[in-house]
Design a protein around this ligand. Structure first.
Ligand code: AMP
Length: 215
């Protein structure tokens, strides 16, 4: 099973993607995580991508497709993949389609997490992450036991640079302009698109996603 977790920034794709990956023993492929890792390591790609990410804009399609290709190279006989934060443009969707066909794989469904803009801005402004073990928290919905400290490893929590309000607003505009049209592209190609209300309790959203995938 290969699926896309789709939706605006802050819809819960990362959280739900991790949970689904654990539930089904699938690979979660997050292009945002791959880019942040490149930034952390200070690779040429990371240095180049950082400015684009901090501005809330999209990294070029060719760079993204290169990253995805590398990860997918080992997937022919492997477990299914949950694409998180990819594809973000129609051109990336076309690239993914070619890539999957070349590997003899297909896409089974698009799961769209739907959350209103105001809720997203509130959510992302409350999001914290652990720079050491990458755990993600939210001041409103999943706070750490001790404020500012990671439950898992005890490191001090940080805010992502691109979670500042003005960058979040830009990321939302980019989503509406460049990413949302990808849904119509899949519908036109008969890939099932399931819309799930994302502004609910994390466990309820997960239960809905599992119910859909069980069909
Ligand atoms: P995310 O963690 O998915 O919200 O991604 C964080 C940032 O990384 C985005 O705002 C973009 O700048 C960049 N990014 C992640 N995935 C992609 C993608 N598929 N295409 C272009 N840029 C991406």
């Amino acid at each position: 099973m290969n699926i896309i977790l789709f939706g605006p920034p802050g819809a819960g794709k990362g959280t739900q993607g991790e949970r689904l990956a654990g539930h089904y023993t699938m690979l979660r492929l997050s292009t945002g995580d791959l880019l942040r890792e490149a930034v952390r390591k200070g690779t040429p790609l990371g240095l180049e991508a950082r400015r684009t990410m901090d501005a809330g804009e999209l990294v070029p399609d060719a760079v993204i497709l290169g990253l995805v290709k590398e990860v997918m190279a080992g997937q022919r006989e492997g477990t299914g993949v949950i694409f998180d934060g990819f594809p973000r443009t129609v051109s990336q969707a076309e690239g993914l389609s070619t890539l999957l066909a070349g590997l003899g794989l297909r896409l089974d469904a698009v799961l769209l997490l739907d959350v209103a803009d105001d809720a997203i801005v509130r959510r992302l402004s409350g999001r914290l992450f652990c720079p050491s073990c990458q755990a993600v928290y939210n001041l409103y919905s999943e706070p750490p036991a001790v404020p500012g400290i990671c439950d898992r490893c005890g490191a001090a929590l940080s805010q992502r640079d691109d979670d500042r309000e003005e960058t979040v607003r830009r990321r939302l505009a980019v989503y509406r302009e460049q990413t949302a049209p990808v849904v119509a592209w899949y519908r036109a190609r008969q890939v099932p698109v399931h819309v799930v209300a994302g502004d609910r309790d994390i466990n309820e959203v997960q239960a809905d996603l599992v119910r859909i995938l069980a069909r």
